[in-house]
Design a protein around this ligand. Structure first.
Ligand code: EZ4
Ligand code: CO
Length: 396
């Protein structure tokens, strides 16, 4: 089966998504998610101008060969734009091949390691009382694992949902490490008291601390027995994780901004983290993620793919198939997609009592409605930018 046609569609059903459609012989269509939040059109151009002309006519079922052709053949390697483009092609090739063979994608990834994949939901509140109420709601909805984020006394929307939709330029937010560190340990000790051992508690620090601050926080969170503390510091300098690691037993999750096995090699090989969070799209696809997971398995690191609503339902389906097959998968992040996106992406996986069940339809089990997508044109949008009290830029 050859790749006969390839198209990239941008749409914004509640938020921007970039979708790659690869058509193989016989008219079978494979889908890939090429969404890179805030830099969408760079990936569109990378695909349309540079990648797609080179794959038309090639054998679609030789996925590894095509991956190496795109990765090594470009000479310039790595980084989010390149790897998201390769990730989208790779995802679409796996979808296409599984549809061609008539099997759900997890069958090609080794078959089932588990019946279903544990999910964690998000809870957010302007203050600790509201955050606890939001966490209660997720537990009542059946989740056994919840990520809890909270506003700060003078910054009630810290970590919160977008305020208004006009982000045609980056919105600027304020940050206070002092208020944050004063509030978070108490919130999680209260949550642990409230739930006992039944609920796994997660928290995303979102790259906002120094290694010393992160070690301090990790120590104070130990009595709450966290499931993980995510992205405590930026990961460009991975050696810094050793300072956190050596001073706290709070588990650490990193990886949503990493794009290749080399990006996470030190973190995994030196056992500086407990969970690797690369997403199939941003990590160069399932071909690459399988290799990351294999390296991680040797080092007691578990896979827990990034699953925000700024990746499309195609990415979520890919993560669910991957997590169903890959043994050392721990959990899958779940954030509902905007209501409008249901008309564009029809999925076959299900969320049942806090667990994902992979669809049994061939491939990823997602149908993309191009006509519906046209009703939601792309709109330029950005992630926020964060500033410290003195006005200098911080990591958002
Ligand atoms: O900030 O997906 O764990 N989830 C996150 C996300 C990321 C966004 C970036 O586009 O940290 O909310
Ligand atoms: Co995160």
């Amino acid at each position: 089966m050859k790749v006969e046609d390839a198209t990239v569609i941008t749409c914004s059903p509640g938020r921007n998504y970039v979708t790659l459609q690869l058509t193989g012989g016989g008219g079978t269509v494979g889908l890939g998610d090429a969404t890179l939040n805030g830099r969408e059109l760079a990936v569109v151009s990378y695909l349309q101008d540079h990648v797609l002309p080179t794959i038309i006519g090639r054998t679609a079922t030789n996925i590894e060969e095509l991956w190496q052709f795109l990765y090594r053949g470009s000479y310039w390697r790595g980084g989010p734009v390149t790897m998201t483009a390769i990730g989208a092609v790779d995802m679409a090739l796996w979808d296409l091949k599984a549809k061609w063979l008539g099997v759900p994608l997890y069958e090609l990834l080794g078959g089932r390691s588990r019946e279903c994949l544990r999910a964690y939901g998000h809870a957010w509140g302007r203050d600790p009382a509201a955050a606890m109420q939001a966490a209660d709601d997720m537990v009542a909805a059946g989740f056994s694992a919840v990520r809890v984020q909270c506003g700060l006394p003078s910054l009630p929307f810290a970590f919160g949902p977008a305020q208004g939709n006009d982000s045609s330029l980056p919105r600027e937010e304020q940050w206070s490490t002092d208020e944050y560190l004063a509030l978070i340990p108490g919130l999680f000790l209260s949550l642990r008291d409230r739930y006992g051992p039944q609920v796994s508690l997660l928290h995303d620090v979102h790259h906002r601390l120094t290694p010393t601050e992160a070690a301090w926080l990790g120590q104070r969170l130990e009595p709450a027995r966290m499931y993980w503390m995510e992205d405590p510091v930026p990961a460009e300098r991975q050696e810094s994780y050793r300072a956190i690691r050596q001073r706290t037993t709070t588990p650490i999750a990193v990886g949503e901004v990493l794009n290749s096995v080399y990006d996470c090699q030190q973190l995994i090989e030196q056992e500086l983290i407990d969970f690797i969070r690369m997403a199939p799209a941003h990590g160069g696809g399932l071909t690459a993620l399988k290799k990351v997971a294999a390296l991680a398995e040797v080092h007691h690191v578990q896979l827990a793919c990034h699953g925000p609503s700024d990746l499309s339902p195609i990415s979520l389906a890919a993560a669910i198939h991957c997590g169903t097959a890959v043994w050392n998968t721990a959990i899958q992040e779940y954030v509902p997609h905007p209501a409008e996106s249901a008309a564009v992406f029809r999925t076959s996986h299900r969320l049942e009592k806090g667990y994902f069940v992979a669809g049994d339809t061939p491939g990823l089990g997602v149908e993309f409605n191009e006509k519906a997508a046209q009703r939601y044109p792309y709109k330029r949008a950005y992630l926020p930018v964060l500033r410290r009290p003195d006005g200098s830029v911080a990591d958002w």
